[in-house]
Each structure stands twice: as C-alpha cells, then as structure tokens.
Write a protein that binds this ligand. Structure first.
Ligand SMILES: [Cu+2]
Length: 115
C-alpha cells in the first residue's frame, strides 16, 4: 500500500515536471519573439555628429533613415537621455545611435562612435 502511494506521488511529480518544461518552452518561444521585435525596432541608425551641446543635453546629427521612427535621412537636433553619451563622441564623428520618441520629443538613448 505504502509503495503504491509513493509511486503515485512519483508519477504526479513527473507529470508536473513535464508540464512545467512544456510551459517553460512556450514561455521561452514567446520571449524570443518579443526579443526579435525589440531588435528590429531598436536598430542602430548611422549618422554624423554636427554639433554637441552638453549644457542643453542636445546633439545635432546628420542621420540616415531611422526605421523605427519612419524618418527619412536629415540633419536634426536630438535630446540626449544620458549626457554621459556626449562624452564619447566629438563633432565630425561617424556614429551609430538609437533614438526613440519620448512624450513628443526625440531622444537619443544610445550613441557610439563608429571606428
Ligand atoms: Cu530626423
């Protein structure tokens, strides 16, 4: 009797584990999809630094097409989320950057010189 109960417990643990891993699999696939979408919308945009204003936390970039903002190539001023980003680049540098819309203004969230 006792061993029968242990067997039942073992079976229920095994099926719980199987269910758990199936669930984990589904969760993983889902997050992978989300991750791919993030990569697509967070693609780096090419540009050239035209002007840097550290006090105002602004940078002027002559940029290529920004796919996630559906913006054609142009020269424009961006806000910079973290002023430390401006320490990494100089006027005239070729850069890669990420920009997003934040309550109406365009903000650079990542910026790095292209070697
Ligand atoms: Cu623009």
């Amino acid at each position: 009797m006792k061993s029968m109960r242990q067997l039942l417990i073992l079976v229920s643990i095994a099926s719980a584990a199987a269910f758990g891993s199936a669930f984990a699999q589904a969760t993983m696939d889902h997050s992978k999809m989300g991750g791919m979408q993030m990569v697509a919308s967070n693609e780096m945009t090419q540009g050239e630094v035209r002007k840097i204003d550290k006090d105002a936390k602004k940078i002027t970039i002559r940029h290529g097409e920004i796919k996630n903002l559906e913006m054609p190539p142009m020269t424009m001023v961006f806000q910079v989320r973290d002023p430390a980003l401006l320490e990494k680049v100089q006027t005239g540098d070729q850069v890669q950057f990420k920009a997003m819309k934040d309550s109406g203004s365009l903000v650079v969230t990542d910026l790095q010189p292209v070697k």
